[in-house]
Design a protein around this ligand. Sequence first.
Ligand SMILES: [Cu+2]
Length: 148
Amino acid sequence: MYLTRPAALLLLVALAAVTGCSSAVTQAPAAGSGAPSATRISVTLSDALKIEPAQINVPVGVSVTFVVTNKGTTNHEFFVGSEKAQSDHDKAMSGHVAMEMDEPTGISVKPGATKELTLTFADTTPIVGGCHIPGHYLAGMKATITVQ
Ligand SMILES: [Cu+2]
């Protein structure tokens, strides 16, 4: 990554403005560029079909890294987006039990594994974190993300 940090931040702001990103979530620039993100939040996925904590508060406009651990014995996801993005993604995932997804705003986490997802929330639109292994989201495998 050759961008200086201020340039990267400007780019992020520009991208958010250009895309009009309906989910209000943007992927942070270049993971691995060295600078640790300002906020790290530990999240746990379990076979009880729970995402914990179920209520997550994040700061607006700052890079946030979710450190997501799957404590279960089956695959789970942490997909971040609006309620609409969640239902769209749930439809896309239905019937794909073995499908593993890594998207700009979501990660699939294998049993026992820990993965990181770094995002920046551009405004205070309510956001949800959900698992879309078929049946899990409807069973309540979600967390409310409050941007403030
Ligand atoms: Cu799950």
